[in-house]
Design a protein around this ligand. Structure first.
Ligand SMILES: Nc1nc2c(ncn2[C@@H]2O[C@H](COP(=O)(O)OP(=O)(O)OP(=O)(O)O)[C@@H](O)[C@H]2O)c(=O)[nH]1
Ligand SMILES: [Mg+2]
Length: 255
């Protein structure tokens, strides 16, 4: 396995692995097979693919409100478009909330996705209060029986202002499902990201797996956050989003 997993995750896996192998009789010549079997078991134990959209929507308030949060450039806005397109294909209507009022061109970027997928976008001015944008998007969703998908500004945990703003957005709008969006290229940095958003997200979306196929980020974020990986992003098209399947993932990395 040549994944860029975090040291912490690698150590946790090693420990589990030794535990799993201990006491098992390993016949000569079968060691490799046994170890691979044990690695598979340990990884499956560590990874969580239990996110179930139908169930999450069932449990959600009316209207269902989803937030996308994460560091700069992780893929939040693109993923808002992908999720919106996917839900619309499933027969649900969505409204996109332009909750990134901070980065130049972010509103236009979301509007382009909205127009491509045929979804309304609720936006205010740049520099305006993103909690109010989200509020209006949720109200629209309520009136029109839609799912509200709220984009937020990319941040790093040193951005106290942006973090405070996000906390306010959450407080005011009470999202039913908050996704932390991390990108596969972030490697070990996903640990810092999980920490920055600790307690704020329900599930993870890992993007750019087409660029970094090693999947190390998936293992590291799973180990650190203990949250399910709901979806993976595998390209720049709207259809490049998949439900995360841990068996498939483990098969791929052990191949
Ligand atoms: N190859 C690939 N590129 C992706 C994927 N998801 C997003 N991107 C690209 O990553 C870049 C950043 O994506 P954005 O959606 O703008 O990321 P963001 O998190 O909204 O960025 P900020 O708002 O600036 O924090 C864009 O060029 C996207 O096309 C993916 O799954 N695969
Ligand atoms: Mg964005």
């Amino acid at each position: 396995m040549k994944n860029n997993v975090s040291l912490e995750a690698a150590e946790a896996i090693e420990e589990e692995l030794l535990e799993t192998l201990r006491g098992r009789e390993v016949k000569r010549g079968k060691a490799e097979e046994k170890v691979e079997e044990a690695v598979r078991e340990v990884l499956l134990e560590l990874l969580d693919d239990s996110f179930d959209l139908a169930h999450a929507l069932d449990e959600a308030s009316e209207p269902p409100v989803m937030f996308l949060m994460g560091f700069n450039g992780s893929g939040k806005t693109t993923t808002a478009g992908k999720l919106g397109d996917m839900f619309e294909d499933m027969g649900m209507e969505v409204v996109l909330g332009a909750g990134d009022t901070f980065r130049a061109a972010s509103i236009e970027q979301l509007e382009e996705h909205g127009s491509n997928i045929g979804a309304k976008v609720i936006s205010h001015e740049y520099e305006s209060d993103p909690a109010a944008v989200a509020y209006d998007a949720v109200e629209h969703a309520q009136n029109e029986d839609k799912i509200a998908i709220i984009d937020t500004a990319g941040r790093s945990h040193s951005d106290d202002n942006l973090m405070g703003e996000l906390e306010k957005m959450v407080r005011v709008n009470e999202p039913d499902i908050s996704f932390l969006v991390v990108d596969a290229l972030a490697g070990n940095d996903v640990l810092e990201q999980a920490e920055a958003y600790e307690g704020m997200f329900d599930a993870v979306i890992v993007t750019k797996l087409d660029v970094d196929e090693s999947g190390g980020a998936i293992i590291s974020i799973s180990e650190r956050s203990g949250k399910p990986v709901a979806y993976i992003g595998t390209g720049q098209d709207y259809s490049d989003i998949e439900e995360f399947d841990r068996e498939e993932f483990v098969d791929q990395i052990l191949d």
